[in-house]
Design a protein around this ligand. Structure first.
Ligand code: ATP
Length: 350
């Protein structure tokens, strides 16, 4: 295979490859929250350039067995190229990686490909063939054993057994995506790469794909998921990495929120305070105060919301204010993401 080969469905023979779950452990057992002795993916200072264009640069991370790892980033951040590099479809420019326990190198390409699957953004199915014929065709191309059993298990995993005789051309986009997922499961991959699996799907089909990924997660399949959908990452992934050519942040969604945002309280009053500084300034636990856009709204920086909230309530009652609500501010993964990407835009301008 040439280093720049563009192959969506390369999944050759899995002869002699242990089933996906052999040796797979839960994310918790594998220390999915950080480096573990044996990881499904180990990526060290990996970079890929196309001529003078840098696709991604100096990227390092580990993914534990059984972990669902989200890879987020704006358009052109290098997500797909990372998948293609780890999937042995393009060669890295520098750095090293171990994929499913095998060092990434030109010589090991075939061995790695027997242990992984890539589900590309577009399903790439033969539309005139039935679901069954498509899967038979790919199983044949990859020289898989026990084709019948494998197809049945894969179709069951994606709830498509009853559609096996339908031509792929007659299926909705969401169902085609499910067939593509079944195809990716045929070889019981040790690592399953899903590249934007819900791109272009409507909310119902998206939810179905989410449910499938969640059920694979339950079964302990190691998944590397690239996505633009932040709620998808937040819901499905044990940890997420945010890439913008370089790796900007990595951790559990709650860790990232804590890392990027100070803890704070959102206060809503029936009417604005005449002198907010005087009221909030007198509360020891409050470290800062900002007026929210809505009248009577304030955001208070605090070190511990659970201690600060009652003290703030007492101060407000003492000041005669009518309290509508006091709640800890909740930052979504989207807030984290936008904050980082904004920082990058600012840095480029500056
Ligand atoms: P998107 O979310 O839009 O799919 P992405 O994060 O997956 O984007 P990549 O497709 O990996 O980003 O592209 C990263 C950069 O590398 C882009 O600038 C892209 O134009 C460039 N690139 C990717 N593949 C090639 C190639 N074969 N030749 C030249 N440049 C490439």
């Amino acid at each position: 295979m040439t280093s720049e080969q563009d192959v969506d469905q390369v999944q050759p023979s899995v002869e002699g490859v242990p089933p996906a779950r052999a040796g797979a452990v839960t994310a918790k057992e594998s220390g999915a929250g950080g480096a573990s002795g044996e990881s499904a993916l180990v990526v060290e200072h990996l970079s890929k350039r196309f001529g003078s264009r840098v696709a991604f640069d100096d990227v390092s991370f580990e993914v534990g067995y059984g972990e669902v790892f989200g890879f987020l980033g704006p358009n052109g951040a290098g997500k797909t190229t990372t998948v293609r590099t780890l999937g042995t479809l393009v060669a890295p420019t520098s750095g090293s990686a171990t994929v499913a326990g095998i060092p990434l190198s030109a010589d090991n390409g075939a061995a790695i490909r027997t242990r992984i699957s890539i589900m590309p953004e577009s399903p790439g199915l033969y539309l005139r063939l039935t679901v069954m014929e498509n899967l038979q065709c790919f199983a044949g191309l990859y020289e898989l054993d026990d084709v019948r059993g494998r197809i049945e298990r894969a179709l069951r995993a994606v709830n498509l057994l009853d559609r096996a005789g339908d031509s792929c051309g007659s299926l909705s986009k969401g169902l085609r995506q499910r067939v593509a997922l079944a195809r990716a499961l045929l070889n019981d991959p040790v690592v399953l790469f899903l590249d934007e699996p819900t791109s272009g799907l409507d909310p119902v089909a998206t939810r179905e794909v989410h449910e499938l990924i969640a059920s694979l997660r339950e079964r302990g399949v190691t998944i590397f998921l690239t996505t633009h959908r932040l709620e998808e990452a937040e819901r499905l992934c044990h940890r997420v990495a945010i890439l913008n050519t370089t790796l900007r942040l990595l951790g559990r969604p709650d860790e990232l929120r804590a890392q990027l945002f100070r803890r704070s309280l959102d206060v809503r009053l029936r009417a604005p305070l005449a002198d907010p500084e005087a009221v909030f300034g007198a509360v020891r636990e409050v470290e800062g105060c900002e007026q929210a856009p809505s009248a009577g709204g304030y955001t208070l920086a605090v070190s511990d919301p659970e201690i600060a909230a009652p003290a703030v309530a007492r101060a407000l009652v003492g000041a005669g204010a009518d309290i509508l609500s006091i709640a800890e501010s909740r930052h979504s993964l989207e807030d984290v993401y936008l904050e980082l990407i904004d920082e990058d835009v600012e840095a480029r301008r500056g």
